[in-house]
Unconditional design. Structure first.
Length: 533
């Protein structure tokens, strides 16, 4: 029966191209357009193929034999053609060593909030704003974005002039879809009353964007799509902490990475996007994922790549485990691997840290990362520093767990765990903008590796919330300008900055915030100049 229907399918293709008189039909001269995998069925269904009874008896036995031969030879190729764009075609090697042939470029990307000013000799990387604009302008075919929510205009949040950069990015996206016919795909967390995602509705109507929403409450009973990922032509990538939110460009401190001309990594990130895309269509987590989204690049088999003279071993992680197809390393495993391989130091900068699950109906103890840090400090005497954000939405209980971790310092010789709070300065004008003025970074750097992720460090983010991470290990230790070294420099810049404060109890932390507010008055003239210039 399988061969019968496949034969019928080939006959229908032939019939579509030629009518009974032997003349070519309109289908041959029709413009061919790129069709996504998910649209294949609809496209073929609408072509109006004739049934076998309409074909006539012109097919001979030799025709049928020839068709069967074609089926045997070509069907395996046809069945996998739709997933060809996901193959790691720019990678070669055996299962123990994958080598990327692309001339990749990898750069750190930051959003430095208005009013945060470093010393003149401090390192500052390219802005998230300029990076997103460049990515949009460089797109020739596709822009694919995985996001938590969209608030790119001042009407979405609060009418502040610092929204202009977000509005620029949004207008560039609209123009790309409307004026340049760039295919835009958005996989987003399901809209809610708090996050209605009007921006993606507008993109769908005005820029022909295709938008799919993922309902994690239906999948897992909780959680969200927390990934922040841009894919351009399956060649360029942005991944990092920045949401599709104008505040992520001017009011919130963010860090990410830009990957250019690197299909070997872009195609692997694309497999994660395809997981989200399928979830948005099917509305359920499958029992098993198709081979098209599996990967051979992981903790045990990183890809070897060279960028601007620096050699790396890299792989991409994902959470939760149920959204990690065959071969994909789990995000938490990637983090633990970095901790385990550190030989000298571990520096961590995240917005939230606690050995808990806090978004489930009942708070639960989740000491996976905490235990790894404790054992690393005691067993191997690795120096550990944590730079954790403090803002008006920080949980007071964090201080207790952080203090407990830091109390291990000097319990034995050379046991060193240092913890500080990073406080973004604010003032009364900025405080009117909800959920701004915070260090939103999510990264870790050791003496051997850089980890840049999209998740906060509560247990929930690794159990039922979708997030991703990129891990780049130095293949040698001679790279003074490697991404790992640059990330270390960023951490030390922030650690030694005037925005870094010793860990204190909650009352002291409140006094810290008041002191920072007073300090912010000094920057107010700069704010007005920066926005209105």
């Amino acid at each position: 029966w399988y061969l019968y229907f496949k034969t019928l399918e080939v006959e229908m293709v032939a019939t579509k191209l030629y009518d009974k008189s032997g003349k070519k039909t309109v289908a041959e001269n029709a413009k061919l357009e790129t069709v996504s995998v998910d649209d294949d069925y609809d496209t073929w269904d609408q072509t109006g193929f004739m049934l076998r009874s309409d074909i006539g008896d012109h097919l001979t036995h030799s025709n049928i034999i020839l068709i069967l031969i074609v089926l045997v030879v070509l069907l395996p190729l046809l069945d996998h053609a739709e997933h060809k764009h996901l193959s790691n075609s720019s990678i070669y090697g055996n299962e123990s060593e994958y080598i990327c042939k692309d001339s990749c470029r990898i750069s750190l990307v930051e959003s430095i909030p208005i009013g945060v000013i470093y010393d003149n000799n401090s390192v500052v990387h390219r802005s998230t704003y300029s990076t997103w604009i460049e990515l949009i302008q460089s797109a020739q075919y596709t822009i694919e974005i995985a996001s938590l929510y969209w608030t790119m205009t001042r009407q979405d949040v609060y009418p502040d002039d610092s929204a202009r950069e977000g509005e620029d990015v949004f207008e560039a996206l609209v123009s790309a879809g409307r004026d340049r016919n760039i295919m835009i795909k958005v996989a987003q967390n399901a809209p809610s009353q708090l996050s209605p995602n009007f921006d993606t509705e507008y993109l769908s109507k005005k820029a022909n964007a295709e938008v799919r929403s993922l309902n994690f409450a239906a999948f897992f009973g909780g959680g969200v799509l927390h990934t922040k990922l841009w894919l351009i032509d399956r060649t360029h990538v942005y991944v990092g902490s920045a949401n599709m939110d104008w505040r992520s460009l001017t009011q919130v401190k963010e860090l990410g990475v830009l990957i250019q001309n690197c299909t070997c990594l872009a195609n692997d990130f694309a497999k994660i996007f395809e997981v989200y895309w399928q979830l948005g269509k099917d509305g359920r987590v499958p029992a098993s994922w198709p081979d098209s989204v599996s990967t051979k690049i992981n903790i045990n088999n990183p890809v070897n790549l060279t960028t601007e003279g620096n050699n790396y071993r890299g792989f991409i992680t994902s959470s939760p485990a149920s959204l990690s197809p065959k071969g994909r390393s789990n995000d938490i495993d990637g983090i633990l691997d970095c901790i385990e391989k550190a030989e000298k130091f571990i520096y961590i900068s995240v917005m939230d840290y606690a050995p808990l699950t806090v978004y489930s109906p009942k708070v639960k103890y989740w000491p996976v990362i905490d235990n790894a840090l404790r054992s690393t400090a005691i067993d191997r005497r690795i120096r550990i520093r944590l730079l954790i954000s403090w803002w008006k939405h920080s949980r007071k209980s964090e201080d207790n767990f952080l203090a407990s971790l830091m109390d291990l310092t000097n319990s034995y010789k050379n046991v060193r765990i240092e913890i500080r709070r990073f406080v973004v300065p604010t003032n009364e004008e900025f405080d009117k903008i909800p959920f701004g003025r915070v260090n939103h970074n999510k990264y870790m750097v050791t003496d051997s590796a850089a980890y840049i992720g999209t998740s906060n460090w509560y247990g929930d983010y690794f159990i039922d919330t979708a997030g991703i991470g990129l891990i780049l290990e130095d293949a040698d230790h001679k790279n003074n300008e490697s991404i790992r070294q640059q990330l270390e420099d960023v951490f030390l810049r922030d650690w030694n900055s005037p925005y870094s404060y010793p860990l204190n109890t909650t009352p002291a932390a409140n006094r810290i915030r008041s002191a920072v507010k007073n300090k912010m008055n000094y920057f107010l003239p700069y704010y007005h100049h920066h926005i209105h210039a």
